[in-house]
Design a protein around this ligand. Sequence first.
Ligand SMILES: NC(=O)c1ccc[n+]([C@@H]2O[C@H](COP(=O)([O-])OP(=O)(O)OC[C@H]3O[C@@H](n4cnc5c(N)ncnc54)[C@H](O)[C@@H]3O)[C@@H](O)[C@H]2O)c1
Length: 371
Amino acid sequence: MNTPSPEAAAPADRIRVALVGTGNIARFHASALRSLEERAEIVAAVDVEPDTLAAFRSRFAIPAGYGDLAVMLERERPELVHVCTPPGLHRSQVEACLGAGASVLVEKPPALSLAEAEKMAAAEGGARGPWLATVFQHRFGSGARRVRALADAGVLGRPLVAACHTTWFRPQEYFDVPWRGRWETEGGGPTMGHGIHQMDLLLFLLGEWTEVSAVARRQARDVETEDVSLAHVAFANGAVASVVNSLVSPQEESRIRIDYERATVELVHLYGYGDSDWRITPAPGCEEELTAAWEAGEHGADSGHHAQISRVLDALRGGTAPPVTSAEALRTLRLVAGVYASAFEGRPVTPADLGPESPFHTRMDGGGVRW
Ligand SMILES: NC(=O)c1ccc[n+]([C@@H]2O[C@H](COP(=O)([O-])OP(=O)(O)OC[C@H]3O[C@@H](n4cnc5c(N)ncnc54)[C@H](O)[C@@H]3O)[C@@H](O)[C@H]2O)c1
């Protein structure tokens, strides 16, 4: 049900949405919701900082403001809450919303650990909701959807080798914000907080991962977590990928490249992409067919919060689980945990190694890191 009927577009049928956390990323959520006004109504915002909350409400004309999430849930009864607070607050806030019957769109990373994410998923309401979705906005641009469709249709052939590099630059001052750079509050460094977007996109394109071997380092920043990680990831379909996550790279770039049997597909961007950021290079003999298939595929949507939120609203209006589901988000978080487990234990790690018996199930640092 992607195209709402005129009846469904009536204001009374709009989804009642609230936001908790009104800092940097909440602005992207509110802007997207404002541009989707026929489908959603922002009824309230919550923040513990009164000045931040007041400025946010004024900028986006939000009728009600609260300093306390529980009070907002009780008084406003929203159908959907966007959780845009620091990662250490996600679990308790998500569970409060689900417990009050509201579905949730939580910012990445959804939780600090696999154990937390599994408990959050268990708090969902089953087939009729409420549901938990995680923001991984890079799945929703037309470029990623086109590659996935061509791969699923067999047009690209088998994926053989891939690179997934998130090489960004964050100066030391970036870590002055108290929750950044610490295992307890951010859950990890660039693997957990930054490269997770591209790793999620890689998994969206390549499917189940089967083994990871990694190293993590503190190369230049005075932080508790890593500032660089490098991994080799194997996939169930036989592909192998190199994954690099860095916050010390002056020439900043986000890059995914997949060599399929019949073409190389590449994406180069920074924080979001459009169609022109993707490129296909057909293998010899496949030029005509692959170029035609590429041009005929889906076009026109940039990646970003708008692209995902629009699909979340459509799913909720259709009574189905919104994307990205808990199961999919857990798969990505499991790869993050696998990178840390492999790096700190010095051995290859499989998804089966990351069950409740693993110290990396409850903490991304496995309970203590010796650098
Ligand atoms: N999807 C993306 O591309 C993307 C980009 C940046 C950040 N993020 C994620 O968004 C989340 C927030 O990051 P940010 O950069 O917006 O942080 P921020 O510090 O700018 O904003 C967080 C807000 O939460 C408020 N807050 C703190 N405790 C609260 C509480 N108990 N109840 C209500 N409000 C509370 C703070 O006052 C602040 O206004 C993080 O999980 C981060 O990883 C995602």
